[in-house]
Design a protein around this ligand. Structure first.
Ligand code: PMV
Length: 356
């Protein structure tokens, strides 16, 4: 492959907006090149997204990719270093990178310190831009399905959970007998329509602590190697995913809540029982969880909670309950950092933008 000889045509642009996601069935434990120990499933969000724009030019020595990375307008060497090593790790799948000089600009529409996982939105946006550039530069003809699958594959190498953000709704990543076409190397969308009660899932993110995690997810994944409960955990995730699929088809919020909370608490139980063990929940996360359970008991609401690998609590509920749960959320803001709660909702996935 070489870039076009026409000087004007030697500059290419690509721009994608891609959202974050929150896992219902958690990915925790991996092997090899980001191969998950169990299949996972998540809700793709709408409002928390990364916008990435790449300007690609030609270099003739084939020693690329050369990269200049700006985060929110500023050259960012720490992020840039991570992106450069990611790009080197995907050159064999995207050979055009050897002849490319990339000017990458990226930014989130949520504050970096909001405690929302940004690697999923960042890596999926970057992977989508790279796959678009590949198509444009090499003239590769692919249909949408193959394009998204490749973008998901590339995003996975950057950050496992990012591969799910390539699809809207509730995608699955990892081989699972009940999900047709599921694969450890990329995510797939569900092959059936969600029951209408799940068509508008709200996620209010209670920011208990916006700070940097004490233990990174990659350290956490590694601690699953030789973990006393690892095999039981992987079996639990497998059967939870099977049951979740049935709940999503049948419109069963009770089972949805039961499994979602079981997964969140199991994820944190794995952290606590690792060697060394550690805690990412904050005392306020526990207070919030207790209050959500109590509110559900008293009101019959469908609201449930989940957690990422951190102290912030995601509250999931049907859009129709927004007014019912408002007083609870207002009460819970007292336990949040500066009273911060971010309202989000299930979204339809990334968007390609025209932003030369
Ligand atoms: O994609 P990673 O390596 O940052 O791991 C994400 C792990 C969890 O967010 C805790 C669970 C998940 O499935 O997203």
């Amino acid at each position: 492959m070489t870039f076009s000889q026409n000087a004007d045509a030697n500059v290419f642009f690509s721009c994608w907006k891609s959202p974050s996601n929150i896992a219902l069935i958690k990915y925790w434990g991996k092997s090899g090149n980001q191969i998950p120990a169990n299949a996972s499933m998540s809700i793709t969000l709408k409002e928390a997204y990364t916008l990435t724009r790449i300007k690609a030019g030609l270099i003739r020595n084939g020693g690329g990719p050369e990269v200049e990375f700006r985060f929110e307008g500023e050259i960012n060497e720490a992020f840039g270093g991570r992106i450069e090593s990611f790009l080197k790790s995907v050159v064999s799948y995207l050979p055009f990178l050897k002849e490319a000089r990339l000017e990458i600009e990226s930014g989130n529409n949520f504050p970096h310190s909001a405690g929302i996982a940004s690697s999923a939105s960042a890596m999926s946006a970057l992977a989508l831009c790279l796959c678009s550039l590949e198509k444009e530069i090499t003239g590769l003809e692919t249909g949408m399905e193959a394009f998204l699958r490749k973008a998901s594959f590339i995003a996975r190498i950057g950050s496992g959970s990012a591969c799910r953000s390539v699809y809207g709704g509730i995608p699955v990543w990892g081989s699972h007998k009940a999900v047709e076409g599921s694969d450890n190397e990329y995510a797939v969308p569900l092959s059936f329509d969600l029951h209408p009660v799940f068509s508008e899932i709200r996620d209010t993110i209670l920011i208990v602590d916006p700070g940097q995690k004490k233990v990174s997810s990659s350290v956490g994944h590694n601690l699953m190697k030789g973990h006393a409960y690892a095999d039981a955990r992987y079996k639990q995730a497998e059967s939870n995913l099977t049951a979740m699929l049935v709940a999503l088809k049948q419109g069963d919020w009770d089972t949805f809540s039961l499994i979602t909370e079981n997964e969140a608490l199991s994820l944190h139980a794995m952290m606590m029982t690792s060697r060394p063990g550690y805690l990412l929940m904050h005392p306020n996360s526990l207070i919030i969880i207790e209050k959500v359970i109590e509110f559900r008991k008293q009101s019959g609401s469908a609201i449930c909670f989940t957690l990422d690998a951190g102290p912030n609590v995601h509250l999931l509920y049907p859009a129709g309950e927004t007014e019912n749960v408002r007083p609870l959320i207002d009460e819970l803001k007292v336990f949040c950092h500066k009273g911060t709660a971010i309202d989000d909702t299930m979204g339809s996935g990334p968007e390609k933008l025209n932003c030369r």
